[in-house]
Design a protein around this ligand. Structure first.
Ligand code: 5GP
Length: 183
């Protein structure tokens, strides 16, 4: 029989419909908060791509987009704590309203580093937005301006989030079967 990605999923944590509804609300809130302004959204590659694409379309004020790539977990499931810029922005930040878009805040180390880095480039304002928040594993305190869902300490995949570069295209947030991680 053909192996489907769904066979690797233990359970769905956040459904497609829940994602859609919450992102529509976040888009409305952001549109109100930034009324009369323009935003430069900075997506953190690669996990934030799918969330950012949907969020941008839920916002009805002008949105420019750019991306940064930083090193994170590699193929494993726990943070190394080492953050390195793999791809920097193409746009300038100075004088712009910056909204950093993340897939998930776990230890907070990646975001903490990114916000400090972007702040040093003198934006007009700087806020952040994350689809998921896993507060149990926080190592540094970070302020989250827009939070999609707070979730318990599970390793999740789907809707942009991967395990070893797989499962990003699942249309929901799910938890994998333990067998997937076993060699
Ligand atoms: P932090 O620096 O906050 O510990 O981790 C942020 C990054 O780690 C996220 O952008 C994401 O790439 C990765 N990460 C953290 N938790 C998870 C998780 O549950 N699932 C997946 N797929 N990636 C995660």
């Amino acid at each position: 029989m053909v192996h489907s990605m769904m066979d690797d999923v233990e359970r769905v944590l956040i459904s497609t419909e829940e994602l859609k509804q919450r992102i529509a609300d976040m888009g409305k809130q952001i549109s109100q908060d930034y009324a009369g302004k323009e935003i430069l959204m900075i997506g953190v590659l690669r996990g934030a791509v799918i969330f950012m694409a949907d969020l941008a379309r839920a916002i009805d004020i002008p949105v420019a987009i750019d991306f940064m790539a930083v090193s994170s977990y590699g193929a494993g499931t726990s943070s190394s704590g080492v953050v390195r810029i793999l791809k920097d922005l193409d746009e300038t930040v100075e004088g712009k309203h910056i909204l950093v878009v993340e897939d998930i805040i776990d230890s907070g180390l990646t975001l903490n580093y990114l916000l400090d880095n972007i702040k040093s480039r003198k934006p007009a304002s700087l806020r952040m937005c994350t689809l998921l928040n896993k507060p149990e594993r926080r190592k540094v305190n970070v302020h989250i301006d827009y939070n999609g869902f707070t979730i318990p300490d599970h390793f999740v995949v789907g809707y942009g989030l991967d395990y070893a570069e797989k499962y990003r295209n699942l249309p929901f947030i799910g938890i994998l079967k333990p067998a997937v991680y076993e060699p």
